[in-house]
Design a protein around this ligand. Sequence first.
Ligand code: HEM
Length: 326
Amino acid sequence: MESKISIFITCLVFAAAFQLLLPVSEASLKVGYYKSKCKKAESIVKSTVRSFIVKNPGLGAGLIRMFFHDCFVRGCDASVLLDPTPANPQPEKLSIPNNPSLRGFEVIDAVKAELEKQCPGVVSCADIIALSARDASLFLGNISYKIPTGRLDGRVSISAEALQILPAPSFNLSQLEASFASKGLSTAEMVALSGAHSIGRSHCSSFTSRLYPTIDPTMNQGFGSFLRKLCPQNAAVDGVVPQDFVSPNKLDEQYYKNVESLTALFFSDWSLLTSGATLNQVDTYTKVPGAFKADFANAMIKMGSINEALPGSPGEVRGPTCRAVN
Ligand code: HEM
């Protein structure tokens, strides 16, 4: 009897310890978290994001990429939004993968300013990024999904971490798989999320290694010659080109068609053709209407659940600005 009791107590202790190890706010993330706290929160995000995207659809692409870059580094905690300070001169936003390419910061500023007017100190910047990316997916792709909220904002942002963690356009399939697996995302989710490369732009410097001195044999040679004209070797200015020349502002399956015709910009895009499973998935997205969009929505929700907050220091709701910790 005594040993049964001690086994029971041991189990309780393990269960309690396991609870402590769980990411702090995971349990509290829920769809409609702000309904009771700031009724208009989600509609304010939506109308503000819409007002920017109608003027410049590229900002919608920026917001979707911002969500990815935020969630991969220290979880979805808005660490990507923190400006440099004397105490922290090199935050994530100044890292090579983010600077100067990441855009949409002014949209987040505008959303936060509006929310602070209505409900000061209530809506976290991490949730603003997640909701903005969701709304950008709706406006650019007619992709609609509900995303749980209740994230907290982090207080730490380190440039070197972004460089180390974010996948590079030179990655092969196993490097991409390892990168996403380290964040709890499957290869299939990685393939679905890569469809975001059907919108927005890239700087020439992200792919010129595929153009010079010779055009990468994994790239369509005619496409390579065309890109060479847009991205001359040793140009004084780093130019930009659309990710998808066919429908640059539409979040859709065209990316997968580009991958198959070897007219996607990055080696990492081409890498999706290098295993049977990923090739099959790419092919399915080009053929089965709606398959990509459904998977993309689910993978965005999953990416939004990455939480690396340490037990005991869950974070804060930043205010009045998303650019500085409280
Ligand atoms: C699979 C690994 C990935 C790699 C190696 C990668 C790499 C890149 C690179 C190099 C650029 C161009 C940056 C520039 O030079 O301006 C870019 C753009 C972009 N990426 Fe990715 N990316 C990946 C996954 C993702 C994911 C998961 C998303 C979001 C779900 C995403 C969304 C975007 C968007 C929307 C753009 C265009 C941004 C704009 O127009 O401002 N990427 N990506």
